[in-house]
Design a protein around this ligand. Sequence first.
Ligand code: C5P
Length: 281
Amino acid sequence: MTIRVFAPAKINLTLHVTGQRPDGYHLLDSLVIFADAGDRLTFRPAADLSLTVTGPRAEGVPTDGRNLVLKAAALFEGEQGAAITLDKHLPAAAGIGGGSSDAAAALRGLSALWHQPLPDPDAVLSLGADVPVCLHPRAMRMRGVGEDILPGPVLPDRMGILLVNPGVEVSTPAVFKALSRKENPSMPHPPGWSSAAVMAHWLAEQRNDLEPPARRLAPVIREVLDAIAATEGCLLARMSGSGATCFGLYDSRAEAEAAARIIAPAAPHWWVQAASPYSTG
Ligand code: C5P
């Protein structure tokens, strides 16, 4: 028996930082979607627990207890075995939830393999603030520090996404620390949209509050945003999460692919990926 779980890239279409808790964590209001670009995990029965990392972005990914996949496995009751492979396609520490999505996929895969319920919500959150939302890969609104998740709006039928990462790792705590204002206006209710253009128009009024501090720490993010914004048909260019990955929205996947064909050869060290929204339904 082999269980396969896709771990899609997470994209924060908006990310409003609305306050800070006494423990230092920040309160967020974020509209999250997922892309059909991501990592692939497989789970097979085995006597011992093991993790093998393969794929184009495997280099530097730990295979020991530091990996969130094994941290996720440790949340289940009792000692159990599984041979896990992680086929790594997403860049690490990139603002698109690579590690969080892997952890969520591991929770789902091991729950199925071991016939055990998912760990309780506090345990899931302890893996990372983005892990709860990654358990529900579809349009979601995320609040609190990441634990308060509810279904998001209906997305347009057709939309293209471009993801671009300049290969610079940005430290999430450092970006939060560099925020000049912790209390910013929250997000209005996202209404649902008939087209990518109408959605981009609404999104343009919203923000990623982490973009200015991330740009101060990694000025190349400005170049990435400019390169995306300059492509034909780009409706919105914004940074995701704490960066450095930025996204562009287009009316169609074909337009996102055309934009990727312009940017990739001009910046051979950047990770450039066209995608469509991913949804588990
Ligand atoms: O939970 P995660 O490991 O993704 O968070 C990394 C760091 O980002 C935290 O240690 C914290 O400094 C910061 N963070 C925050 N508020 C959040 C989420 C993350 O301050 N809601």
